[in-house]
Design a binder for this molecule. Structure first.
Ligand SMILES: [Ca+2]
Length: 272
C-alpha cells in the first residue's frame, strides 16, 4: 500500500504545467497551463499561403543572399496543401539562374521578443540542398544596425549531403559566418526526409535552447558570447536554398530534383 501511494505521488509530480505547494502536510496541485499562451500560429490549413502572415522574398538577393546561393526565389515554388506548407526546390531556368525555390518571412507582419518557437517539418535532402528555419532581428534594415548586429537565430539548418544531421546556431557581432555559435544533432537511424520532426527553440532573457523532438542538444547563454544581441524583436524565415558557400553546389549525378520541405505548423508560445 505504501509503495502504491509513493507511485501515485510520483505520477502526480511528473505531470506537466503543474505547481505543487504543501499546506499543513497536504500537497496542493496548481494547474499552470493557462499561463502558456500561443501568440502566433500558422497551421497551413487553407489553400494558399496566408499573406497576412508571410511575405515572399523574390530573386537571388545580393551575392546569392550573401552566400553565393544558386536559386532564384519565387512565390510559385510554395503551396499550401493537406494542412502543410510545401516549399519545392526545382532544377529549372529562371531569369539566368538554374534553380528555383522559395523563401518566406514574417518581417513587418509578426515579430516578437522571447518565447518558444516550434516547427514541425519534414526536410529535403541531397548534395547542395540547404533548408532553413530561422530568425533575424527586425532591425536588420536599419542602416546603423544591419547584419550581424541585428542577430540571427538559426532554429534548424541542414546540409542535404548530411540528411541525418541538423544544426542550431546563433550569429552576432564577433560570431558570424563560420564563427557562429553552433551545435548539431544527428538522428540515430534514418534521416530527416523520412518523417516529420519537431524543431524548437526556447528563448528567454538569459539563454536560447535548441531541441529536436523535445531533446535538448544546444544551449547558449548571455555568458557564452561577449555581445549578446537577442533582447529585441525577431521575425521568422523559412526557405530551401540550393548551393551556396556552406553546402556547396548540387551534383547532377547524385542530387535529385525536385526537393521539398513540408511544414505542418509554425507556433510561437510565451508565458503570460
Ligand atoms: Ca498543419
Amino acid at each position: 500500500m505504501k509503495r502504491y501511494l509513493i507511485f501515485v505521488i510520483l505520477i502526480l509530480f511528473i505531470g506537466c504545467n503543474r505547481e505543487f505547494n504543501k499546506t499543513n502536510g497536504v500537497i496542493n496541485i496548481v494547474d499552470n497551463s493557462d499561463k502558456e499562451e500561443v501568440v502566433w500560429i500558422d497551421n497551413f490549413d487553407g489553400t494558399e499561403v496566408d499573406r497576412n502572415n508571410w511575405t515572399f522574398e523574390i530573386g537571388n538577393g545580393v551575392n546569392g543572399w550573401g552566400n553565393n546561393e544558386l536559386q532564384y526565389y519565387t512565390a510559385e515554388n510554395s503551396e499550401v496543401r493537406d494542412g502543410k506548407l510545401i516549399i519545392t526546390a526545382k532544377k529549372e531556368s529562371k531569369n539566368g539562374y538554374d534553380y528555383t525555390s522559395s523563401r518566406l518571412k514574417t518581417q513587418g507582419k509578426f515579430s516578437f521578443t522571447y518565447g518558444t518557437v516550434e516547427v514541425r517539418a519534414k526536410l529535403p535532402k541531397g548534395q547542395g540542398i540547404w533548408p532553413a528555419i530561422w530568425m533575424l532581428g527586425e532591425d536588420i534594415d536599419i542602416d546603423t544596425v544591419g547584419w550581424p548586429n541585428c542577430g540571427e537565430i538559426d532554429i534548424m539548418e541542414l546540409l542535404g549531403q548530411e540528411p541525418n544531421k541538423i544544426h542550431g546556431t546563433i550569429h552576432g557581432p564577433g560570431y558570424y559566418g563560420a564563427g557562429g555559435k553552433s551545435a548539431s544533432y544527428t538522428l540515430s537511424s534514418g534521416d530527416f526526409s523520412d518523417d516529420f520532426h519537431i524543431f524548437k527553440i526556447v528563448w528567454d532573457i538569459t539563454s536560447i535552447k535548441w531541441y529536436v523532438d523535445n531533446t535538448l542538444y544546444h544551449t547558449e547563454t548571455t555568458n557564452d558570447v561577449s555581445n549578446w544581441v537577442f533582447d529585441h524583436d525577431f521575425f521568422i524565415l523559412l526557405n530551401v536554398a540550393v548551393g551556396g558557400n556552406w553546402p556547396g553546389e548540387p551534383d547532377d549525378n547524385i542530387t535529385s530534383f525536385p526537393q521539398t520541405m513540408e511544414i505542418d505548423y509554425v507556433k510561437v508560445t510565451t508565458y503570460k
